[in-house]
Design a protein around this ligand. Structure first.
Ligand code: GLP
Length: 641
């Protein structure tokens, strides 16, 4: 196989393979690991694997387990070294990385316990240095790591090597970055419960492995991957040091690859077919880079930025600018359900029927509010029949402190039946006895789910939704699992499909298309898509528009938006009020810096940024904008693209 980079990859300093889905990518990686293990077995030698934790490698581990069960792959001669461990967590702690590995891989395969190595999170402070040295020695004694698996954190960390980690760094104790702790808050039910320190292999330790395999999925990783793969080598993005390794490969999905030059600005890496969307992307990117309004772009702006071929293709700068300006203009609408009695030739939503049945799916309470509270409010005010379905209860992310507050309230109220009072007492006792991040009993989970329902109802009332049309599907997959351990099946799809068929909507709103496939939003998207596939022969389906709403993962640039719904200052205030009513999801330790930490702050920032982006391109100046993309399967798709 020719290993030299292609023209498209010329900006990439790490060899990167982009896959349509993470499933395809993990099959390739698992097959190469299996090959290594088998080759070594034939030679009578061990294969030494460096392992990673987090959501990213989950599917890979499932594929390795499948290879073990169905294709006889044995792990008897595999030796493993994990990248890192939280400091202060014992190996049996549910959130320790040792436990993670046990649940996700080790207990399902035939690896001997003696071959497993994970840094010891319980070593005394005084013993840390010695323990880290010993870990490095053990790697050396095993002959070094053959293949090191890596994920990437949003700070650009590998293992727990946060920004500032030196290229020579070795296994050591580190303090965790604020963003990393925020990202781990879900697993630990609140940021306050996330350990402050960890023990991690160093960047230098990682670079000593013979082969490095970095995996990444979802749009939340897109910008940090661009920095790591195309940016300069710098300790502010420790993953960029992987560029130094001669045998490092990234395996990423399309969403994670979206910021790489070959996708972001394909015209910079070679000739392109000027499809309408590529043209829009090129003009918007040019105007954004030059900080100019679209209508002010000149011939030389195109020529000096490698876009002369586009002008040849499309004629004059003037007509091209006008065309793109109009396209962008037509994405903006204050009538997300269509404007009755208006000419809808250039509107994203048809005028008819004037009153639409709208069905919005929210993976967890708060997701739909973050993405489209302002639009929900408009749809209701414009008299559409809006149904909102929360797919999961969201109970897993309710801290005990919130439950305690509700117990106390109910207690004060004097719950009348004595047995209710006793049950309440038992729940209160449970929160006192267990550690905040221990698993909850089913009763406590149910109670926490009720808290989220109450918050969701309160926020829906602010938006004016009819509570009879607000549904809680409490999908089974979520109720049986923990984060990173969900298994979903046909029953989950059936519940969603049944609701769609009941409502027979003119519009459906979904999210999660670009999310990590193991996240709740990613799972919700897969379930929603599967449910839609079962509806395609329904008589109402051809007239149903399917929209995606944006999440907090990444602001969408205007060329990716098919419908932009502007919010006035008053509407933005209503949105924030609505988000704020999800009080169990507010952090107990708010960010004080300018960086937006809380979900509602991020949503506000993203909606404002989108509006500013439209403004900079020379369109109207709005306070904030919510963004939507049309689904390829949707009836409205051909009309818009
Ligand atoms: C943690 C781990 C890293 C991992 C990163 C990304 O901080 N220590 O090894 O790569 O998170 O996590 P995820 O895969 O869940 O996005």
């Amino acid at each position: 196989m020719d290993n030299s980079p292609t023209e498209a990859e010329q900006y990439e300093r790490i060899r990167t393979r982009v896959f349509r889905s993470s499933d395809e990518a993990v099959r390739v990686v698992a097959a190469s690991i299996a090959r290594l293990i088998r080759e070594r077995q034939e030679e009578g030698r061990n294969a030494v694997l460096g392992l990673a934790t987090g959501s990213t490698p989950l599917k890979l581990y499932r594929e390795l387990i499948r290879l073990h069960r169905e294709e006889g792959l044995s792990f008897r001669s595999v030796v493993t070294f994990n990248l890192d461990e939280y400091y202060g967590l014992p190996p049996q702690h549910p959130e320790s990385y040792r436990q993670f590995m046990e649940v996700q891989l080790f207990k399902h395969v035939d690896i001997p316990t003696a071959n497993i190595h994970v840094p010891d999170g319980m070593v005394s402070r005084l013993g840390v240095f010695e323990c880290c040295l010993a870990y490095e020695r053990k790697i050396g004694d095993a002959g070094g790591v053959d293949v090191q698996l890596l994920g990437i954190g949003r700070t650009g960390h590998i293992g727990f090597n946060e920004p500032g980690s030196a290229i020579e760094s070795r296994t050591r104790m580190v303090a965790l970055d604020r963003l990393t702790r925020r990202d781990a808050a879900r697993d630990f039910r609140g940021e306050a419960n996330v350990p402050e320190y960890a023990i991690t292999m160093g960047v230098g330790t990682i670079l000593q492995a013979r082969e490095l395999t970095l995996l990444a999925w979802g749009e939340s990783k897109a910008s940090i991957l661009r920095a790591a793969i195309e940016g300069p080598q710098t300790d502010t993005v420790p993953a960029s040091f992987l560029q130094r390794h001669s045998n490092c490969r990234c395996y990423i999905d399309e969403a994670a690859a979206s910021e790489l030059t070959r996708f972001r600005s394909p015209w910079k890496v070679g000739p392109v077919k000027w499809a309408p969307l590529t043209v829009r992307k090129a003009v918007v990117s040019l105007a954004s880079d030059l900080k100019k309004a679209v209508l002010r772009l000149r011939d030389e702006d195109y020529a000096e930025n490698g876009l002369a071929p586009l002008l040849v293709e499309t004629g004059s700068t003037y007509s091209l600018n006008i065309r793109i300006f109009n396209e962008l203009q037509h994405t903006i609408t204050g009538w997300p359900g269509g404007k009755p009695n208006a000419d809808d030739t250039n509107r994203p939503v048809p005028a008819e029927p004037p009153i639409k049945r709208v069905l919005v799916f929210s993976p967890e309470p708060l997701d739909a509010e973050i993405g489209m509270a302002g639009t929900l409010h408009r749809l209701v005010r414009q008299r559409h029949e809006v149904s909102l379905a929360y797919l999961t209860s969201g109970s897993l992310s309710v801290p005990d402190a919130e439950a305690r507050m509700a117990f106390s309230l109910l207690h004060e109220l004097g719950v009348s039946q004595p047995d209710s009072l006793a049950r309440l007492g038992a729940l209160a006792e449970e929160t006192e006895k267990k550690a905040p991040f221990d698993e909850d009993s089913p009763e406590l989970r149910r109670f926490k789910g009720l808290i989220r329902k109450a918050e969701a109802r309160a926020s829906c009332q602010i938006l004016g939704l009819n509570l009879e049309r607000v549904r809680f599907l409490d999908l089974a997959f979520y109720e049986q699992g923990r984060y990173r351990q969900f298994r979903w099946g046909p029953d989950d799809v059936k519940s969603i499909a049944a609701l769609i068929c009941l409502v027979q909507p003119h519009q459906i709103y979904l999210t999660g298309a670009g999310a990590d496939p193991s996240s709740i939003a990613g799972i919700a998207f897969q379930l929603g898509s599967a449910a839609l596939r079962t509806c395609t022969s329904e008589p109402w389906f051809p007239n149903c528009q399917i929209w995606f709403y944006a999440s907090n993962e990444r602001p969408w640039p205007p060329h990716e938006i098919d419908m932009a719904v502007p919010l006035s200052p008053a509407e933005l205030a209503i949105k924030l009020d609505c988000l704020y009513h999800h009080r169990s999801q507010r952090s107990q330790t708010p960010f004080t810096e300018t960086q937006a930490g809380e979900g509602w702050q991020q949503a506000e920032q993203i909606n404002r940024e989108t509006a500013q982006h439209y403004d900079r391109l020379g369109l109207a100046e709005y306070e904030a904008i919510e963004s939507f993309r049309v689904h390829k399967e949707s009836a409205v798709h051909t009309r818009l693209r």
